[in-house]
Design a binder for this molecule. Structure first.
Ligand SMILES: Cc1ncc(COP(=O)(O)O)c(C=O)c1O
Length: 425
């Protein structure tokens, strides 16, 4: 090591040796240069002491901000009772009851540790309940990294998304364009009797922030009900974020099953599959396997309860709407002052930025695929270097810990980056 080696560089070298690619999840591969020391509220600090205002929220979970004091206190107390018993416990029952009381359309549920696995359970239930084989899913929607669901769409064709993936694991899925009612109607007309389930992000958030077109979710709901198909909403990002009742409540369309994670448990690994009681009949008998050593553990379910304590009166949502709107507006003003084709789209709690000369608003994944993603990721890199921690893929999350003061400071940090980007047009 030379004298100028920073703590960050030293730890990064160690990370690269000890962890494949220096990370524990491939979604972090793009950010290997940042080794985090700690985080609090809306800010995090790297090991060299540099401070960042955070709009990534750990890929979404820290919806209450980092280390929210009341949540931390409840978690510390709960873990003194032990963490996992291989048996049901009081907090688990209470957490399930609270989740179901919020999601009024749902009747029963199971907890899990990640959304990837809850998606697997949802597909298994849909296939068992209908006796059919196919799951319909949509280009650009992410449902976890497992063989039977991870895709990469090239020229409108969905293929395996990873090396080592069994290609025919995707065979019992059909991938079509989302937000296109005609495409959905055509598929259901032609193959409705073969389809077990339809899984979607009810608002596309993983690869862009696209709201459903008016009437789209209603059309999908009506046709799936008519053909006995299980409608599954993957609310991993939207759940407990775009409103207490998630996208289902926000858009007024209710599925048969839904997956929740991220914002539900204030940063703790906890996911849920909720839905209609009859769909869980064989889960309850044990003939349909859903399992997991860590499911519903004391800390995770305490995190759900503590999180809902903060969210249930809904005042956090109006604060986030206000602060997030200020940020969206401020970013828009900066872009137009400097003549930068930076487009901002989505909701105040989860929006998307992109460089786009063509469209003010995008309504399809094809329009996102057509963009030069490298231009935004270079911009994101500059933002991070200026103390604003964001994802390279364009999503910005706002938490209950962000304030107008954070927004003002963020815009100050961003202004020179926008000005420099405008110079290079
Ligand atoms: C919509 C959606 N579904 C599923 C997943 C997978 O969740 P997990 O990483 O908890 O397995 C994600 C993760 O980002 C997601 O955004």
């Amino acid at each position: 090591m030379t004298e100028t080696t920073t703590i960050q560089e030293e730890l990064q070298a160690r990370a690269l040796r000890a962890l494949a690619g220096g990370v524990s999840s491939n979604t972090r591969l793009l950010n290997p240069h940042l080794i985090v020391d700690r985080a609090e509220g809306a800010r995090l600090w790297d090991v060299d002491g540099t401070e960042y205002i955070d709009y990534l929220l750990g890929q979404g979970p820290n919806f209450l901000g980092y280390a929210p004091p009341r949540v931390v206190e409840k978690l510390a107390a709960a873990q003194k009772d032990g963490i996992i018993y291989a048996a049901t416990h009081r907090r688990e029952i209470e957490a399930a009851e609270r989740v179901l009381s919020i999601l009024s359309w749902a009747e029963t549920m199971r907890f899990g540790s990640s959304s990837s696995e809850m998606v697997q359970a949802a597909m298994r239930i849909a296939r068992q309940a209908t006796g059919r084989r196919y799951i319909v899913r949509f280009h650009g929607h992410y449902h976890g990294w497992f063989d039977n669901i991870q895709i990469q769409s090239v020229d409108g064709v969905a293929g395996p998304g990873s090396l080592g993936q069994v290609p025919d694991a995707l065979d019992p899925t059909i991938t079509i364009s989302w937000n296109d009612p005609a495409a959905f109607q055509k598929l259901i007309q032609e193959r409705g009797d073969e389809i077990a389930g339809v899984i979607m992000e009810p608002m596309m958030l993983n690869a862009g922030a696209i709201e459903p077109r008016p009437g789209y979710l209603e059309t999908v709901r009506e046709l799936t009900a008519k053909h006995g198909i299980v409608l599954i909403f993957d609310e991993t990002i939207s759940g407990f974020r775009v409103g207490l009742g998630g996208a289902a409540e926000r858009f007024g369309v209710f599925p048969d099953l839904a997956v929740y994670g991220k914002a539900m448990a204030a940063g703790w690994p906890c996911a849920a599959l909720v839905g209609k009681r009859d769909l869980f009949t064989e889960v309850a008998t044990g003939r349909l396997t859903h399992a997991g050593t860590f499911n519903g553990n004391v800390v995770a379910t305490t995190a759900v309860l503590a999180s809902l304590d903060e969210l249930e009166d809904r005042s956090a949502y109006s604060r986030i709407e206000q602060v997030g709107s200020e940020l969206m507006r401020g970013l828009g003003e900066l872009a137009s002052q400097h003549g930068l084709p930076l487009k901002i789209q989505g909701l105040p709690m989860a929006f998307h930025l992109r460089f786009d000369e063509e469209n003010d608003v995008v309504t399809s994944y094809d329009q996102i695929l057509a963009l030069d993603a490298s231009r935004y990721s270079a911009f994101a890199r500059r933002l991070i270097e200026s103390g604003v921690w964001v994802a390279y893929r364009g999503i910005w999350y706002v938490s209950a810990a962000h304030t107008s003061f954070d927004v003002d400071e963020t815009l100050q940090r961003i202004e020179p980056v926008v000005a420099a980007a405008a110079q290079n047009l």
